[in-house]
Design a protein around this ligand. Sequence first.
Ligand code: C5P
Length: 402
Amino acid sequence: MKPPHILLIVGGGIAAYKACELIRLIRKAGMTVRCVLTEGGAQFITPMTLAALSENEVFTTLWDLKNETEMGHIQLSREADLIVVCPATADLLAKMAAGISDSLATTVLLATDTPVLAVPAMNVRMWQHAATQRNVARLRDDGVTVIDPDDGAMACGEFGPGRLPEPVAIMERIEAALARPSGLREGQGLPLYGKRVLITAGPTHEPIDPVRYIANRSSGKQGFAIAAAAAALGADVHLIAGPVHLPTPPGVTRIDVETAREMAAAVDAALPADIAILVAAVADWRTADAADQKIKKTGGALPVLQLAENPDILAGLAHDARRPALLVGFAAETENVVEHAQAKLARKGCDWIVANDVSGDVMGGADNAVHIVTAQGVESWSNLPKDQVARKLMEKIADVVR
Ligand code: C5P
């Protein structure tokens, strides 16, 4: 059988150099690759580099294709089993979403029905801009697989989501895309395909002044593991994360928030959803009036914090007209775990409560022992790693919403 052939479109960004490593990995996996280098991409790496690594001619403009009968732009995509856009700049994503064809790269992308995998890399603000997020959502709707960028330090000196994932991780997504039966989108055929899942995770931070805050202890690990497990079952996952230092699981749309009120607003904006799993350890109170300047130690009277109650996101969602068909809450308890969870189920108006005993070292730890409390009864699971708890929970959910 012919080895898979990749058409790699290299956009104009500093991450273009990582495309060189990706070519090496593609070839190491026994595949062939041909490159299209955009004008912007050619400002960062040369056609010669790509030609040497791919051992194939490199195309940069529509006018390179002197002989349309020999290698036309249609032929370029037709010979490929997968088109990979890496790095996919904000500009390329915008043009792809709008169907603009003003260059060889964009013309190839418009004139094809070959599956496309886009690997964005850009400045954090460009990635988070509403226009880029809108373009990404539209591309995903159109059937393009858009990988979420990594979080971390960026070449521009800023920090946040926007980094190109490591070439090894991109390679895994290429292999997954090639393994999908043709015509199927990412996740299609999986039990939660087409289901929109909303997940909250991590703590919230409620500012006292610019340097101090009130928070619950929460690493976000269990919520992030649930997001990863839901995405692996094909769901369209929207993860609303409080301040945690965890990488975004593959295929998950992440919205970072700081406070309970921001989390409530992000949940509201992400509705409607088929399933909501609220794992976040939301702070019950915030300061009624956070100080604009750092509160100084005066040596005299201690500062008095006036508290205000935060919105209960779970209870609010239970009574919302857009209530998801399955609403799952979490309960961290230190005693009488199941009894408290049953009371909480009734009080909050959700369908299930996943209760865990946090009297041990669950917080920030790798394992969790949970009880699934529903109107039908209680199911207790033994102590398991958090990613296994996540997988079991999502499989149980997939069984009931199918
Ligand atoms: O009331 P308690 O914090 O124990 O309830 C825990 C459950 O309620 C979790 O699912 C948590 O995410 C959710 N919650 C919420 N908004 C709050 C407090 C808790 O969504 N303000």
